[in-house]
Write a protein that binds this ligand. Structure first.
Ligand SMILES: Nc1nc2c(ncn2[C@@H]2O[C@H](COP(=O)(O)OP(=O)(O)OP(=O)(O)O)[C@@H](O)[C@H]2O)c(=O)[nH]1
Length: 320
């Protein structure tokens, strides 16, 4: 396929109006074409670029990947694309700021396309098109941070702001694998607010929401290590996962949680325990050998919580 140019205009004017860089190089990397966009963004005017040796002109400033790609195009006739995702800034090009470019300006993110052009005289040339990829890099960054925010939202409980059950379930699988590989123990705490139905009945749903937030915040302050996971597991139920505690230490942590909520001194006039808000805690600490152990640990912690409830509530039951 060939194209034709009809009419009275100079092709150079067209090149200079293009919103992308256009460079033509011969086999020895001599520059045959250098449009105005290239001059603007490289700070090298066409008068200095034309007939200059491309590699020498930008000695040490062009990435080895671009030089390799140029060699492939000129030696073997292979087209090439250096995308900004993998090759951020192959050429020393800078955003154009009228009135001068400050020292230390950052290189422009670029996308470079190399196309072999076989001249009728048998000489192979390379056409290099350079586009400013800054906007797509910015867009990519924005999308990435949006998806990070969404990921966080999906795993967060809307009321309390702590991780939700979905987040917990995903983390639990990972924690089980880690304990199976590295050894040690896993302690699972099931924490439940006592007589919460009655609390709602007396103080209203809004009052219930408020204390749930307060309880979550109080439990959160007891996390000690970055891989401790506290989540809202259901309505007024929380779950906590802690690695490498001895059963005695797990019982002590459970007791610290119970006391911390007790000391909030939130009135609960309909509680059959005391006239303040309390929690019951069931905890199970185990070493894990196989995949079923994860399910059994959950069931055991749940059974421990049930015993704490049966035992009068406002209690910690720790089992192994
Ligand atoms: N305010 C509020 N209440 C909730 C929320 N989620 C669940 N609940 C309420 O929590 C209560 C849980 O009641 P139950 O499961 O009977 O437990 P309980 O009253 O705490 O009794 P015990 O656990 O046996 O001490 C129900 O009344 C639910 O409506 C929430 O997000 N906000």
């Amino acid at each position: 396929m060939s194209s034709f140019v009809a009419g009275r205009f100079r092709l150079e004017d067209v090149y200079d109006q293009l919103n992308c860089g256009l460079v033509m190089l011969d086999r020895d990397l001599n520059i045959l074409l250098w449009n105005a966009w290239m001059a603007r963004h490289s700070r090298v005017p066409a008068s200095a670029a034309i007939n200059a040796d491309f590699a020498a002109l930008f000695a040490g400033q062009v990435t080895p990947a671009l030089l390799r790609a140029l060699d492939n195009t000129l030696s073997y006739g292979l087209p090439s694309l250096l995308s900004s995702a993998l090759h951020r800034s192959p050429l020393p090009l800078y955003p154009h700021h009228p009135g001068g470019q400050g020292e230390g300006a950052q290189r422009m993110a670029q996308s470079v396309v190399l196309t072999p052009i076989d001249n009728p005289d048998g000489q192979r040339l390379c056409l290099m098109q350079v586009t400013d990829a800054s906007n797509s890099v910015k867009r990519e960054k924005m999308l990435l941070s949006h998806s990070e925010v969404l990921k966080r939202q999906v795993g967060t409980d809307g009321l309390t702001g702590i991780p939700n059950r979905r987040y917990f379930d995903e983390n639990y699988t990972r924690a089980l694998q880690r304990v199976q590989e590295e050894g040690g123990t896993l302690s699972l705490f099931m924490i439940d607010v006592d007589y919460f139905k009655q609390y709602n009945d007396l103080y209203g749903h809004g009052g219930g929401d408020r204390v749930l937030k307060r309880v979550a915040e109080t439990l959160r302050t007891h996390l000690q290590r970055p891989d401790d996971v506290l989540a809202r597991y259901g309505g007024e139920e929380f779950i906590l996962l802690v690695r490498n505690l001895q059963p005695q230490q797990a019982a002590e942590l459970g007791e610290a949680l119970r006391q911390a909520v007790y000391q909030l001194a939130e009135p609960h006039d309909k509680s059959l325990v005391e006239r303040r808000l309390t929690i019951s805690v069931g905890v199970c600490t185990r070493e894990l050998q196989d995949d079923n152990d994860g399910r059994q640990l959950l069931e055991a912690a749940d059974a421990a919580l049930y015993r704490a409830k049966l035992g009068g509530r406002n209690k910690v039951v720790s089992i192994t």
